[in-house]
Design a protein around this ligand. Structure first.
Ligand code: CA
Length: 172
C-alpha cells in the first residue's frame, strides 16, 4: 500500500510519515505541488494526502490537474483552513475526502482505509472500453451515456471480453 503525502510543513510531514509507516504503509513525501504532480505522472499510489496550502501551485490546482489528466487515485485533502467554502471547492475539484488540521491520527488512518476500500470496489465493479461502460454490480451497461439492454448471456459475454481486453479469447 503506497501513500503520497504532499505537505510542505516538515513537522507535519514527518509525523505523517512516521505514523503511516507504523501502519505498514509505504510513504513518499513531497513538499511542493509541482514535485507531487510530477511524482504522480511516473508512479502509482493507493491514496494521496494533499495539503491545500502549498508553496507555488497550491493543493487545489494540483488536484484539478490530476483529475483533468484522468488520475482516479483517491485524494484526501488536508487543510488548516476551516471554511465551508474550502471544503466545497476541494470536493468540487475532485477530492474524495477532507480533514481539517489538527486531526486525530487514528481518524486519518480510518479514513484512508475507507478510501482504499472504496477505490478497490469502484475499480472492480466498473469495466469500460471507449464510450462503453459496464457496472458489474448494478448490471447496467451504457454506450455514450445511453442505456444498453442485454440478455443475461450477452451481459456475461461482454463482461468476459471486457475483462480480457487486449487478449485473444477462445469460445472453448
Ligand atoms: Ca501547508
Amino acid at each position: 500500500m503506497r501513500i503520497l503525502v504532499v505537505e510542505d510543513e516538515q513537522k507535519v510531514a514527518n509525523a505523517l510519515r512516521e505514523g503511516l509507516e507504523g501502519e505498514q504503509y509505504d510513504v513518499i513525501v513531497e513538499r511542493t505541488g509541482e514535485e507531487a504532480f510530477f511524482r504522480t505522472t511516473t508512479e502509482q499510489f493507493d491514496v494521496i494526502l494533499l495539503d491545500l496550502g502549498l508553496p507555488g501551485r497550491d493543493g487545489l490546482e494540483i488536484l484539478r490537474a490530476l483529475r483533468d489528466r484522468g488520475t482516479k487515485t483517491p485524494v484526501l485533502v488536508l487543510t488548516a483552513r476551516d471554511a465551508l467554502q474550502d471544503r466545497v471547492t476541494g470536493l468540487d475539484a475532485g477530492a474524495d475526502d477532507y480533514m481539517i488540521k489538527p486531526f486525530a491520527f487514528a481518524e486519518l488512518v480510518a479514513r484512508i482505509r475507507a478510501l482504499v476500500r472504496r477505490g478497490r470496489s469502484a475499480e472492480t465493479s466498473r469495466l469500460a472500453i471507449g464510450d462503453l461502460d459496464m457496472n458489474v454490480v448494478t448490471r447496467k451497461v451504457t454506450r455514450g451515456g445511453r442505456a444498453v439492454d442485454l440478455t443475461v448471456r450477452e451481459f456475461e459475454l461482454l463482461e468476459y471480453l471486457l475483462r480480457h481486453q487486449g487478449h485473444v479469447v477462445s469460445d472453448r
